[in-house]
Write a protein of this length. Structure first.
Length: 150
């Protein structure tokens, strides 16, 4: 079951929840926060706190909270992270970096993610069994890459 917290970006507000790290959460329940707009450093007009420090939620609980299309981010769904103040903000996605080496493209990405490729930006996408860094030779008119958590 997913519950939604709809934020009005035109107004400011502060929502405070008690420290919940010892509370039992249903593994099939999720909270989606919509219309959030701010910075990943916190201190925005609309604030959501859980407790008063970064230990207000467990890592598993944080994975059950998402931000849908947060302002200032590319469209998508982002898991939450908790700041040292207890404020919840969206966690930026990982970066896929690249460099050209001769007639090859060298891609790098963080551990825990898998590389996908397609000849068309709309797909179909296929997982590669590559590890970072991955070197691709240019052998076609175009090739697209992205990373996903497995």
């Amino acid at each position: 079951m997913t519950s939604t917290l709809e934020v009005d970006p035109a107004n400011s507000a502060v929502i405070r929840f008690r420290d919940s790290r010892t509370a039992t959460w249903d593994a099939n329940s999720f909270l989606e926060i919509r219309n959030w707009n701010g910075t990943t450093n916190g201190g925005t007009a609309f604030k959501i706190y859980v407790g008063s420090n970064a230990q207000g939620l467990t890592a598993a609980q944080l994975r059950q909270i998402t931000f849908a299309n947060p302002g200032g981010f590319p469209a998508g769904v982002y898991i939450a992270r908790i700041l040292s103040t207890g404020e919840l903000v969206p966690k930026p996605g990982p970066s896929l970096t690249y460099a050209k080496s001769g007639n090859r493209l060298v891609l790098n990405w963080p551990n825990g993610y898998s590389l996908m490729t397609s000849t068309n930006v709309t797909g179909p996408w296929n997982f590669l069994t590559a590890v970072s860094p991955y070197t691709n030779s240019f052998s076609g008119p175009r090739r697209f890459f992205l990373i996903r958590s497995p």
